[in-house]
Design a protein around this ligand. Sequence first.
Ligand SMILES: [Zn+2]
Length: 41
Amino acid sequence: MAICGSCGAAYAAKVLSDGRIQPIGIGSCDCGSEDFKPVDE
Ligand SMILES: [Zn+2]
């Protein structure tokens, strides 16, 4: 899971090989942010 760093919306996500968090199926949050933070399930 990951949460948007701007609005806090939660998404299913995966961690990329470079360590960034990529929400599955979307490119950015509904609020427009692309800053996601990992959270424990
Ligand atoms: Zn957001």
